[in-house]
Ligand binder design. Structure first.
Ligand code: BG6
Length: 463
């Protein structure tokens, strides 16, 4: 069946400040946790010596080259571009009262450039980076004070861009803090569950306060959460595997449950007591949490399996540990490819929350080869995206309300998990390698023209 996408459907791509901008010390920007992770989101370094290499320092130099990139996105027909604001450009240490004007001015220029082409900005308030000053001086999200610093930052940018930005997201993949605590909540990697869940509680309260602020400051805007859509299947139909799967899926759905319902789901009481977790929740927090988001946004790359059998091999996907599904192929990075899983996930989220969905990340990380004539024939990427978009169409036909789709990394960027360059997602090739060599020149890949057709035909060209 040819997928039918509504006329209002937004088409575009998604990037994140720390993976594209570079200019890590320009215009007063402070040091972020990402600046201290040259190995990617699973590494942490608390000190940085002069001369240390981090490929994100320059990334793809989007900070200076954004006009060219936006023009290329416009050429593909984008109606939306998801990006993030680097918190450290606005509040370099995190706890200042006054924002950094040069940082604010950069995003003004960026959003104005998008407006020229009628590309709607969708802004993630925090995407895998926070001011390192807050980590060093307060213990990151472990401190209740960070809620106030974040709210101040959120209110500052909401006020500043209220006429330019109508789509907002709170924390990128908020559920990943369980697996990469330094990246997610600014805590040491070996933190215990008690500490991590307390930090997560602070982040949930902060996200709810930002949601309330958005509703006050941008009344004609919409704000969503952002989940790593980590749908898990039981490895077998053994009841014990089913129960294990229910529990594992709740580990990430818990975040959405709080963000939509405004309170902790009953099933977490048992989890907390069995794991010796006692959260400090103030009366005001309970009140603050009651700020439901307008839509659910999520990333989708893969699914995995769960079993109650403790001897099974577990593999790490992008963030979650999963048992491989014997029926699915994998990418070179071992991520299992499951287009139908996207339809399943969308139905699951819509049934559970009855809120519109926005797919804000999806794509294939792959090595690309530049041919002698300069062309890049990324048919594998086209196949991956085609098959996933067909399933989005199926979900829409199932009755799921979907606002839009932004593929991950429409232009090659630094990959998050290992800070590599050779793992590429783009429709636009960037000449740079893992060692940081290259001209940074941009080239249209075959998928560029393919996506242009998809957007122009409103999905009718999908096969
Ligand atoms: C998501 C993140 O987890 O996956 C992105 O929100 C990230 O920041 C993307 O880049 C793909 O992961 P990776 O490790 O291939 O870059």
């Amino acid at each position: 069946m040819t997928p039918r996408f509504p006329d209002t459907f937004l088409w575009g791509g998604a990037i994140a400040a720390n993976q594209v901008e570079g200019a890590w010390q320009e215009d007063g920007k402070g040091i972020s946790t990402s600046d201290l992770q040259p190995q990617g989101i699973f590494g942490q370094r608390v000190e940085r010596k002069p001369g240390d290499f981090n490929i994100k320092d320059m990334a793809i130099d989007f900070y200076h080259r954004y006009p060219e990139d936006i023009r290329l996105f416009a050429e593909m027909g984008f109606t939306v571009l998801r990006t993030s604001i680097a918190w450290t450009r606005i509040f370099p240490q995190g706890d200042e009262t006054l924002p950094c004007e040069a940082g604010l001015a950069f995003y003004d220029r960026l959003f104005d450039e998008m407006k020229k082409y009628n590309i709607m900005p969708m802004v993630t308030l925090s995407h895998y980076e926070m001011p390192y000053g807050l980590v060093k001086n307060y213990g990151g999200w472990g401190s209740r004070k960070t809620i106030g610093f974040f709210e101040h930052y959120a209110r500052t940018v909401l006020e500043r861009y209220k006429d330019k930005v109508k789509y907002w997201l709170t924390f990128n993949e908020i559920n990943m803090s369980l697996h990469a605590p330094f990246t997610g909540v600014g805590l040491p990697e070996n933190s215990n569950k008690q500490t991590i869940y307390q930090a997560i509680h602070h982040q949930l309260v902060a996200g709810a306060r930002a949601t309330k602020a958005c509703h006050q400051i941008v009344p004609d805007g919409k704000i969503g959460n952002m989940l790593l859509g980590g749908l898990l299947y039981p490895l077998s139909c053994k009841p014990a595997d089913m129960i294990e799967t229910l529990q594992k899926n709740r580990e990430w759905l818990f975040f959405g449950d709080v963000q939509v319902r405004g309170y902790y789901p009953a099933y977490m009481q048992r989890f907390f007591s069995e794991n010796g977790i006692e959260l400090a929740i103030e009366e005001q927090d309970k009140h603050d949490l009651r700020a439901p988001i307008d839509f659910i946004s999520f990333s989708y790359y893969m699914t995995g399996c769960v079993t109650a059998d403790k001897d099974q091999d577990v593999k790490r996907g992008n963030i979650l540990d999963m048992v491989p599904n014997p029926y699915l192929p994998s990418s070179e990075w071992g991520w299992q490819i499951d287009p139908q899983g996207l339809r399943l996930l969308m139905n699951e989220l819509y049934d559970r929350y009855q809120k519109p969905l926005f797919i804000v990340e999806n794509g294939l990380g792959a090595r690309d080869r530049v041919e002698a004539d300069g062309s890049i024939n990324d048919d594998y990427r086209i196949a991956y995206l085609n098959d996933h978009l067909v399933q989005v169409g199926e979900a829409i036909a199932d009755g799921v309300e979907v606002l839009g789709y932004t593929s991950w990394g429409p232009i090659d960027l630094v990959s998050a998990s290992r800070a590599e360059f050779s793992k590429r997602y783009g429709f636009i090739y960037v000449d740079r390698n893992d060692e940081g060599q290259g001209t940074l020149a941009r080239t249209r890949k075959k998928s560029f023209f393919w996506y242009q057709d998809v957007i122009k035909s409103q999905g009718a060209s999908l096969k």
